[in-house]
Design a protein around this ligand. Structure first.
Ligand code: SAJ
Length: 406
């Protein structure tokens, strides 16, 4: 039996996928409400194919509990926040979960850490948490790091098809865990050591962050001299060895906007390009805010409360708003002592900010200017409703005449 610890964005789909492929699974989370919701037969977030996967897993006998189980294999998939000041990973949840596992697990058990951690975290924090219980790693407890790679918005497909990395001290243990993931994963699974697995995961997200920063910097350069950044990127990308990403109103989510900071925090004098890139991305909401004020002036609009931000999620078609550029922009606007911007997001049903609407038509009726912060399918399908509004399209999806861009 596998005990999956942490039933959030990664742990839950992983647990469901294992259970749907014939593995006996019990999912554990310390959040009683979350466990109760799952036990009542409801998923806790929206994702393509997740509800069907959930049903398959229930049919296969998956169970959810707040208790850690006595078994031989644990997958730990809990959050790894970062400390905003030191830029270092905060491994407290991983360490707490591993310590709780140590209280119940028998000798010979394998602990797989799936949570993303910065290189060296397992040596620095996880090994001591195991050893302080008197366990000898490699003899009493096997340790594995298997960072996930799935992308929110396409998680179920990517769980099945992505290649994976497994880091282990002992090759044979790595191969055994590889077999477990092969119960559902159709991609290639590489077995390596733990430090390499830690580093590859952070480097992958850093690669993307740096490339998005490059696109964002191009957007700023092009804005400065009134060039069309989208047309320039489109043409450059016709070169066989150029593949530039898209500029946007900022970089959110709990991965690309966080993980690269681990490298800056740990190697401040070496990670220069990464540091600059992260600052460029983090500066985008302020860049958008300046554009809003510029465009308001140009159109004689004086009332900030008649400006609406479309989208609160960190990216399109997901309901996750962690580190969302819209929230960053709202914070910035409030620092300028002029709150009042209106917002709306079809995926966010609860009230998370002031002046938030829950109906597209009501939102549009309340504003003269719309800023497209997130390219949800809903707005793409309702472009005609933007007629007559001043529009700042941060994703170049509008195609309407007179629309403003980054
Ligand atoms: N974004 C841009 N321009 C782009 C692409 C993205 O501004 O061209 C923005 C998005 O709008 C969003 C942010 O970047 O705000 C991040 O979105 P994303 O879709 O690039 O990535 P995430 O954070 O949802 O998922 C990433 C993925 N990592 C890589 O692609 C290298 C995913 O595979 C990882 O599993 C995930 O991080 C994670 O959990 O680490």
């Amino acid at each position: 039996m596998i005990n999956v610890i942490g039933l959030g964005y990664i742990g839950l789909p992983t647990a469901l996928m294992l259970a749907s492929h014939g593995v006996e699974v019990i999912g554990t989370d310390y959040n009683k409400e979350l466990v109760a919701t799952l036990n009542a037969g409801r998923t806790t977030f929206k994702e393509d194919g997740l509800d069907e996967l959930f049903q398959n897993a229930l049919d296969a006998g998956i169970k959810f509990s707040t208790e850690y189980q006595v078994t031989d294999t644990y997958i730990v998939s809990v959050p790894t926040p970062y400390d905003k000041f030191s830029k270092k990973v905060d491994a407290c949840y991983v360490v707490a979960a591993v310590k709780s596992v140590m209280e119940v697990c028998p000798k010979g058990a394998t602990v797989v850490v799936e949570s993303t951690v910065s290189p060296g975290t397992i040596d620095k924090f996880v090994r001591p948490a195991i050893e302080e219980n008197g366990f000898v790693i490699g003899k009493d407890i096997n340790l594995v790091h298997a960072p996930e790679r799935i992308i929110p918005g396409n998680m179920v497909y990517e769980l099945l098809h992505n290649n994976r990395t497994i880091g282990a001290d002992d090759r044979a243990v790595g191969e055994k865990i590889k077999e477990l993931y092969m119960s559902f994963c159709q991609g290639e699974i590489v077995v390596t050591d733990i430090r390499t697995a830690e580093m590859t995961k952070v480097v992958e997200n850093t690669f993307r962050a740096v490339n998005i920063a490059f696109a964002n910097e191009l957007a700023k350069i092009c804005r400065h001299d009134n060039m069309d950044v989208y047309e320039i990127i489109r043409i450059c990308n016709m070169h066989p060895r150029v593949n530039i990403l898209q500029p946007g109103p900022g970089v959110g989510g709990h991965c690309i906007s966080v993980d690269p900071w681990f490298l800056v925090g740990d190697y401040p004098s070496l990670a220069k390009v990464i540091d600059e890139s992260m600052q460029t991305n983090d500066g985008m909401p302020d860049f958008v805010l300046n554009r809003i004020h510029e465009i308001m002036r140009e159109n004689g609009l004086k009332d900030i409360t008649r400006v609406g931000l479309y989208g609160l999620a960190y990216k399109e078609n997901v309901d996750d708003y962690r580190e969302s550029p819209t929230l960053q922009l709202l914070e910035s606007q409030e620092r300028h002592l002029a709150p009042g911007l209106k917002t709306y997001d079809p995926f966010i049903k609860n009230d998370i900010v002031e002046n938030q609407y829950h109906d597209l038509d009501a939102f549009l009726a309340a504003v003269d200017m719309v800023v497209i912060m997130v390219k949800h399918n809903e707005i793409k399908e309702n472009m005609d409703k933007l007629a007559g509004k001043v529009v700042l399209d941060c994703h170049n999806i509008c195609g309407l005449p007179g629309v403003y861009h980054l």
